[in-house]
Each structure stands twice: as C-alpha cells, then as structure tokens.
Design a protein around this ligand. Sequence first.
Ligand SMILES: CC(C)(COP(=O)(O)OP(=O)(O)OC[C@H]1O[C@@H](n2cnc3c(N)ncnc32)[C@H](O)[C@@H]1OP(=O)(O)O)[C@@H](O)C(=O)NCCC(=O)NCCS
Length: 182
Amino acid sequence: MSSPLRISIAKANLATATRLADLGRQTFAETFAASNTPEDMAAYLAATYAPDQVLAQLQDPHCTYLLAEMQGQAVGYAQLWQYSRLGLAADAPATKQLEIKQLYVVEDWIGTGLGKALMRRALDIAQAEGCTAIVLGVWEHNDRAQAFYQRFGFREIGETAFKLGTDVQRDLILRKGLAGRP
Ligand SMILES: CC(C)(COP(=O)(O)OP(=O)(O)OC[C@H]1O[C@@H](n2cnc3c(N)ncnc32)[C@H](O)[C@@H]1OP(=O)(O)O)[C@@H](O)C(=O)NCCC(=O)NCCS
C-alpha cells in the first residue's frame, strides 16, 4: 500500500500561497505563542504570512516550498533558498548554500517522522543543485528543533539576531557541509 504522506514542491499560485500562509501562521503560533507577548506575535504573523508575500516567494526562482500533505490535509512545510549569506562574513556575497528558512510540522503530527521526510527532501534538493552546505537559524531556546537538527549532523557555527515583533532574539546558526565538505 502506498504511504498517505505526499511531499510536493508547492506551485506558484495564489491558492497555494494562501494555504502556505495559513499553515505558516498556524505552526508558528503553535510553536512560539507561549514564549512571546500577543503583541509581538501579532506583529510578526502579520508581517510574515501575507499570501501576496508568500506568492512572491513562490515565484522567485531561488525559493522552493515543500508542502507535506496527509490525505489532502496540509501537515507541514519547508521554505528553502538556494543562495544564502547566513554564517558568512558580513561583506561576503551569498553563496550556493541551501538555507532552510522555515521548517514546520503541525502540532498533532510532531514526532511522527514528517520533519525527517521534509529534511530528506531538502537534502536531496541541495545535492541536486550542487549546494556546498545546508544552513539554518534556530532560536537558542528551541531545544526540540536543535535536537532534531543534531540528528542530521548540523553543527553550530555562529549566531544571528531574529526580530519577533519588537523583541530581538538570539538564533544559533547551524550548518551541515555537503559533498564531502566539513
Ligand atoms: C523540528 C521539527 C520540524 C521536527 O520534525 P518531527 O516530525 O517532530 O521530527 P521526526 O519525527 O521526523 O523526528 C526525526 C528524528 O529526530 C528525532 N527527534 C525529533 N524530536 C526530537 C527531540 N525533541 N529530541 C530528540 N530527538 C528528536 C526523532 O527521534 C527522529 O530520530 P530517528 O530518526 O533516529 O528516529 C518539528 O518538531 C516541528 O515542526 N517543531 C515545531 C516547529 C519548529 O520548531 N521548527 C523549527 C524552527 S527552526
């Protein structure tokens, strides 16, 4: 029997953008609402998950959204960028390293292997595109996600500021070298 999980590259249309924006808003709130003020959360959600903004990202040739569905229900997603400056010197140009900007699984599905399936697809894309590494930022207090990334061999290489509403938070920069690179 085939698996009910389907992971596809999201198409660039407004309906998909709206679906991803809803999913992004829901999963970000599920993960971080308890650790932030309602005002900061509202400001961040409004600024980040507008369907028009997500549509523009879907139309950008350097951006890929992976959408995970279980029997037609959206249960997780990842937002990937083929070029990134994350972890590089301040004046360095973006290089071909895949940045995972967002990786989220709906609360009820956490711990069921969905995150792993999304990460494997991201790794496949990075390899196929000839990226030298995968990089990402993770909140310093997001222990669950850090443990997950560690399982895939990511290591800490620095830190960066992440603005959530008015609150400036500390994200750790994690990197996993590809194609035999450290
Ligand atoms: C981080 C996240 C994407 C991981 O996805 P997931 O579906 O929960 O993880 P999986 O079930 O695929 O687990 C994959 C592996 O990581 C391990 N893992 C998952 N959570 C873990 C935890 N809290 N501690 C230790 N290991 C963990 C699993 O045991 C599994 O290892 P295995 O392959 O050896 O069995 C998911 O928890 C999530 O969406 N969290 C909320 C949003 C978030 O924090 N996103 C990251 C922002 S940077």
